[in-house]
Design a protein around this ligand. Sequence first.
Ligand code: WT7
Length: 586
Amino acid sequence: MAWTTIHKQPLPSESTPNLIDEEAMRTPFSWETARTELAGLPEGGLNIAYEAVDRQVQNGLGETIALRWLGKNGERREYSYAELASLSDRFANLLERLGIDKGDRICVLTGRIPELHISALGTLKAGAIFCPLFSAFGPEPLRTRLVKSRARLLVTTSALYQRKIQPQRAQLPDLEHVLLVDSSDGDGTHSLRALLEAESSQRPPPTTLPEDRALLHFTSGTTGTPKGAVHVHDAVTAHRLTGRWALDLRPGDIYWCTADPGWVTGVSYGIIAPLVNGVTLVVDEAEFNARRWYSILEQEKVNVWYTAPTAIRMLMKAGIDTARGYDLSALRFMASVGEPLNPEAVFWGLEALGRPFHDTWWQTETGAIMIANTRSQDIHPGSMGRPLPGIEAAIVRRRPEGGVDLLEPGEEGELALRVGWPSMFRDYLEDEAHYRQCFAADWYLSGDLATRDSDGYFWFLGRIDDVIKTSGHLIGPFEVENVLMEHPAVAETGMIGKPDEFAGQIVKVFVALKSGYAPSDALRRELLSFARTRLGPTVAPRELEFMSDLPKTRSGKIMRRLLRAQELGQSLGDLSTLENQEEQEP
Ligand code: WT7
């Protein structure tokens, strides 16, 4: 299936990969043993933030730079491991003073700034649950997530607060405290800086247990509001080892993860995995810009770089000559995640940057990388790679009566993982039914359609459900369609992902109007702007097409599959008979 393989290079002796022989690792490996390599806490306790910073201080990395922040206007701030440890202690003390209890949800809505990292680590130390909110979300997705998480405290900036939260604060009865990172006390808000200064930087070690809840990441499905995937402190066992194996992280590395911590990659591999592996984290506040990115790789001497296909395609667009102007000799390893990484992008990396991109696969629910092209293995461009040690992956077909059939190499089916790895989600917040649907026998079913070749490499084929990926962000149809339905002109609407050269897919909606309304360019613009104001630029549809009627099942469900087929110019078949077919809920 691989049309070309990139064979592993002879390795210079000073840089042997962390994971040399996956197969030899697989047999003796156990997550129980892996857990014992962590410092842990008295009486069997475990805490992600303690492993990420305090343990590094104890190991002599106190003065090492943990976080190097590059502001969008050229500012630079550095935090050592010791500083992160004491600032996060202050934050945890503050939460305690404000009466935040173990298990309470703390939301953070900021751009990529160090206060986000400090709040995340402090929340974890206090035993509360950290829930990041993406700063480009509009008021609607933010309200849904704040309501569903029942967050008691929000850390944000004054601009984001005024634009997106303050106007709907009355609808957020659980939200008791709003702390602003850049402002003095105001109407219903407090200055985070002033509060932190008043706190002690000393604190006894955390009292969390491995199975205590730690992280909450919202993710979309086909139906209903976003689901809140909950992870526990034991996830750090997987963050640490997958960071070592799949990203080849080692103490002293300069590491840059371009993902925003508003999504799971930016937390698992933008905060936890790098810190727990003792590296220096580069955090860039600015948005994508090809020259800026190359300058960062060059000037910060980045050794390991974790990014996404959309960004790689944008770099490819900027041209190979742009890349050639920079000294990228510090780069040892480059990896990608979030959407299919086309073989062209892998080869382009080799040609333009001197290294191939290594694809990795995982999900919000898996919490950590499950499948990867690791540094010591041949890369099969276009393939997601092979399961890491401790991970058993298979291609399966669900049996209608329950359980699964395991499929053979070459057969297409659902990508499944045998349960039991520590970063697996433990729950969808208040949605036990959806959680249970993700499992059959002892397999977690990913919702991805894939195949495995006879060499054990996994190949992504698509999603089984109707969620889409745009610039690596997972978007569910429900949130988008729901907002459009609030417009008085809209009778029905269906969302699809339309293939796009750079974003992978863009959000496209089909709209049928109520009687009394006629399609026009003005109405199209109005609807797009209506959606954009409420949803924010990431989630809002980029294209809108009017239809007189949308294809539906007999029970009235929009058949997005047919909308997709129409968009791609595939045959629609006979709509009148299709209307009588019930579409299966995945
Ligand atoms: C979905 C999960 C990736 C972690 C952060 C996002 C798609 C992920 C790949 C890949 C093709 C990929 C899948 C998956 N996806 N990695 N290497 N190749 N598709 O997590 O937002 O929960 O998205 O992203 O469809 O199910 P997420």
